[in-house]
Structures are given as structure tokens and as C-alpha cells.
Write a protein that binds this ligand. Structure first.
Ligand code: SF4
Length: 322
């Protein structure tokens, strides 16, 4: 159906790119390996970048005087400011990044699974879970850029939303690189159903931006469109909205397909509604009709193939359905 651009993704280096963990380990991840042919990874190890060697004594997030700090307990070294400065300047240098994929539980890279300690002592109850310092700056500076931990991508809902945004933003980056109204309109048309399922209000705003461009310089139109596109895809689409979109597509074929297939499709939709199967299952069915009845409009819609099928058909952990 669609040709795919390669999203640029900043990734934690220890996720299969270098043995840079505090203990000298590398932790390859099955899904990161699966992504490699489709994504342009930019590996980074923030702790190495601020001068901590390998191996090194671990650092941790500590609550000191009501403030979270990044500290190496064995030496008492406080690397909070160094890490923040590095993160700031690194982020300024990767404006083309479509997303970030960071290592879970790390005091630097973890996005919401990081242990926060009450002090520097060896033991001590964990106060709460929070974000790592590098990830925290990413979130602050780029709130609408896809940011995930590797562990969360084993949940098909989270994975689908993350990948759909990565590939949509990579496609849109082509328009930013070489702006042309024709390309923007084509982009909008091809993403119509994806946007409809994600955010109807933002979809209408995008429609207006793409239609009323006459008295606006092209660069402004593209920038405005890009900002609303990020808002439109910020939250995952709801199950009910996906079902409406699938029913809308089903309407194109309802007179052509036999009753037995219709019944089966409705059953698949019910299973999807009940969170028993992923969205890819009803999508697969509709895609088979798109090919069979050669529907060019639906064939151009990214909703039915937002990212490469090889990434869609990855086994699910079953966690976090919704
Ligand atoms: S989690 Fe981040 S800081 Fe820690 S080793 Fe991996 S890349 Fe480096």
C-alpha cells in the first residue's frame, strides 16, 4: 500500500548498540532489533556523555532537601546540572528526531519507572517512581514528540500509537524539508482516516489549514499544520473511534461482500471492542477487501497501514490492553 520513510529515533545506546551500562553490559532488545531495518537510530548514552566511564559506580535519583538530584552515592558526586546541560544541548542538536526510545528504570533514561531514593545510604525504602534526568528534559523540551521506554513497546496499544506517530512525523518531515502545497494536501488526504480516528477537532483544524493557504506564506502553513498534527496524534485513538472508522471503510464494500464475511467481520469488531484482539486484526480484514475490490481511496489511507506490517505483526505480551 504505502511506501515508508525511515523515522529518526534517538535511542539509549545500551539497548543493543554498545556495552555502556554501569556494569559494562549491553542489553539488546528484541523489538529494537526488529525496528532496525525500518528506523534510523541515533544511539546516545547520556551517562557516558557527561564523563562517567564504563564500568562505573551507579548513580541514582535522590530526594535531597525537597529537590530531586542525580547522585553517585559511592562518591557523593552530584551530576544533576551536568546531565541537564548535556540533555539541553543534545536536544538542540537533534531537531530532526521523530521520536525517542529510552531504557526503562535508568536514573538518566527511564521515563516513568525510575526509583527515587530518600537518601544516599545503601538501603532505604523507595519513595516513589519518577523519570530519569535525561528523559525529563526530553519530555519538558519536546512534549509532543513520541517518547517511550523499550519495555512499554510490548503492549500493542502503546506500540501502535508510538509507531503510528513516528512514521507520520517522518512522512511530514519530508514536507518540512521541501515544502510544497501539493505535497501537503496529498499528506492530508492520505491521513484523513487516521486523523479522524485520533482527533476529530484537530482534523478539522488541519483541513482548514490545508484549504485556506492562499494568503499565508507556505512556510507558515507547513509550520502551523505541523503543530496541529502533533496535537492531533498526541493521544492514542479510542477503540470506539477506531470502530467507527472501520465501519466507515466497511461501508465501501458492504454491498459486495457475502453475508458470511460480514458476520465474521462484525464478530472481529466485537472482539476488538472487548479488547480481546488488537486493532491490526480488523484492519487486516479491511485491507484484504481494499486489495480485492481495488479501492484506491482506502488504499492510500495510512490508517490501514500506518507503519510497516513487520512491526505490526510482533507478538504481544498481552499487557496493557488499553
Ligand atoms: S540507560 Fe541510558 S545512561 Fe544508562 S547505560 Fe543506557 S544509555 Fe547509558
Amino acid at each position: 500500500m504505502n511506501a515508508f520513510p525511515r523515522p529518526v529515533v534517538v535511542v539509549s545506546k545500551c539497548l543493543g548498540f554498545a556495552a555502556c551500562r554501569y556494569n559494562g553490559e549491553c542489553l539488546p532488545d528484541v523489538f529494537v532489533e526488529r525496528m532496525k531495518p525500518y528506523v534510523e537510530f541515533r544511539p546516545v548514552c547520556p551517562e557516558m556523555e557527561i564523563g562517567l566511564g564504563v564500568p562505573r559506580d551507579p548513580i541514582r535519583v535522590v530526594l535531597l532537601n525537597n529537590e530531586l538530584r542525580l547522585i553517585q552515592p559511592s562518591t557523593g558526586k552530584d551530576v544533576t546540572d551536568k546531565m541537564r546541560q548535556f540533555a539541553d544541548s543534545f536536544i538542540s542538536g537533534v531537531s530532526e528526531a521523530d521520536g525517542f526510545l529510552l531504557k526503562s528504570r535508568s536514573p538518566s533514561c527511564g521515563i516513568n519507572s525510575v526509583k527515587v531514593y530518600p537518601g544516599l545510604g545503601k538501603a532505604g525504602a523507595i519513595l516513589q517512581k519518577g523519570k530519569g534526568f535525561f528523559a525529563g528534559v526530553v519530555r519538558e523540551r519536546l512534549p509532543l514528540t513520541p517518547l517511550e521506554e523499550e519495555g512499554r513497546l510490548y503492549d500493542f496499544g502503546i506500540r501502535g500509537h508510538y509507531l503510528a506517530r513516528l512514521f507520520a512525523f517522518a512522512r511530514f518531515r519530508e514536507i518540512i524539508r521541501k515544502p510544497a502545497m501539493k505535497k501537503l494536501v496529498e499528506f492530508h488526504n492520505n491521513n484523513e482516516l487516521l486523523l479522524m480516528a485520533n482527533h476529530q477537532k484537530e482534523m478539522r483544524a488541519l483541513e482548514k489549514i490545508a484549504a485556506n493557504h492562499e494568503n499565508n506564506p507556505l512556510e507558515n502553513v507547513v509550520a502551523e499544520y505541523g503543530a496541529h498534527l502533533r496535537l492531533a496524534l498526541a493521544a492514542p485513538s479510542r477503540r470506539a473511534a477506531n470502530i467507527n472508522t472501520l465501519m466507515h471503510a466497511f461501508g465501501y464494500f458492504s454491498k459486495q461482500i457475502p453475508a458470511r464475511e460480514k458476520t465474521r467481520f462484525m464478530q472481529i469488531l466485537e472482539d476488538y471492542r472487548a479488547a480481546k484482539i488488537p486493532l491490526s486484526a480488523p484492519i487486516k480484514r479491511v485491507r484484504s477487501w481494499i486489495a480485492r475490490f481495488e479501492n484506491n481511496y482506502l488504499a492510500s489511507q495510512t490508517f490501514f497501514e500506518p507503519y510497516p506490517a513487520e512491526l505490526m505483526e510482533f507478538a504481544d505480551s498481552g499487557k496493557g490492553r488499553d
